[in-house]
Ligand binder design. Structure first.
Ligand code: ADP
Length: 280
């Protein structure tokens, strides 16, 4: 099984199912509140671990009770947390998510400790693959890409300016439809493969603008698509590092993303390899 290191964000998601979304200055009561472990880095780490990889997460949390809740499922799942730094006098990352009955949402993120994952404190364990996203300082992603020697996957989410050196270092770049539009032509000249995801319509894998493969997820009754993209990212990386051919790996990743839509919340929805096999 591949050894994977994930450098990224760790958040606690506080989700309110509200009768309707408030307008500015308004208070809406009657919401049903749940707390879920989340953050793109943490979600991707758990997804890779549930697929059978041996995963180390590199990130930052505060010294508070939210940190314990944010790390609970990672700990339970067996992700190595020895490289998660606890930062004094700063809050663990929190996402406040209001969801209306029709599924529309409003999200406010307080990155807190995630912004303290600076290049100076970065230490990477030895691994076969590195996965990064963009919810931590961009110069830390650049530093990780430079010092790591194995397979490098970067999920360009949320869309932010990123240096060409990091893009060219990537063996695999992953974007959703919106992010792909934001980066535009830039991705077509990258050396590595680029996977673009299109929600229920699946995903396309290209290299230097040429199509390598396309795949569709199995038909599912999606309940909550949170962490579908994160699960897709982990699954595609694990499958490629395992040596699966691009077409097969993309199909597996699409099924993994679909499987993540079947339960509410970020990390509770991350599927095991067995659950993905059943869908395939
Ligand atoms: P993101 O969450 O980053 O916006 P997408 O919504 O494109 O990413 O989802 C990533 C992958 O998850 C898709 O390529 C697809 O395989 C799967 N997926 C997402 N939404 C659905 C859905 N409603 N039904 C089936 N599969 C889905």
């Amino acid at each position: 099984m591949p050894r994977i290191v994930v450098v990224g964000s760790i958040n606690l998601d506080i989700v309110g199912l509200t009768p309707r979304l408030p307008v500015a200055g308004e208070t809406v009561t009657g919401a049903e509140i749940s707390r879920f472990p989340g953050g793109k880095g943490a979600n991707q780490a758990l997804a890779a671990q549930r697929l059978g990889a041996e995963v180390t997460l590199v990130g930052c949390v505060g010294v508070d009770s939210d940190a314990k809740d944010a790390l609970a499922l990672l700990r339970e799942g067996g992700v190595n947390l020895e490289h998660v730094l606890m930062v004094d006098d700063v809050a663990t990352g929190v996402a406040l998510i209001a969801v209306s009955p029709s599924g529309e949402n409003q999200i406010v993120v307080g990155p807190g400790a995630n912004h303290h994952l600076r290049p100076e404190v970065l230490e990477l364990p030895d691994a076969d693959a590195l996965i990064c996203q963009l919810e931590v300082p961009i110069d830390t992603v650049a530093r990780a890409a430079t010092i790591f020697e194995g397979f490098f996957c970067v999920n360009l989410a949320p869309a932010r300016k990123i240096d060409t050196g990091t893009l060219q270092r990537a063996d695999l770049i992953i974007v959703n439809e919106t992010e792909a539009a934001w980066y535009g032509e830039k991705l077509g000249i990258c050396r590595g493969m680029v996977a673009t995801t299109f929600g229920a319509s699946g995903a396309i894998l290209t290299q230097r603008g040429k199509e390598l493969a396309r795949a569709k997820p199995p038909d599912v009754r999606a309940i909550d698509t949170t962490a579908a993209g994160d699960t897709f990212t982990a699954a595609l990386t694990v499958a490629l590092v395992e040596g699966q051919a691009p077409g097969k790996a993309l199909k597996f990743a699409c099924a993994a993303g679909a499987a993540a839509t079947l339960r509410p919340g970020a990390q509770p929805s991350v599927p095991t390899r067995e659950e993905i096999k059943v869908l395939l």
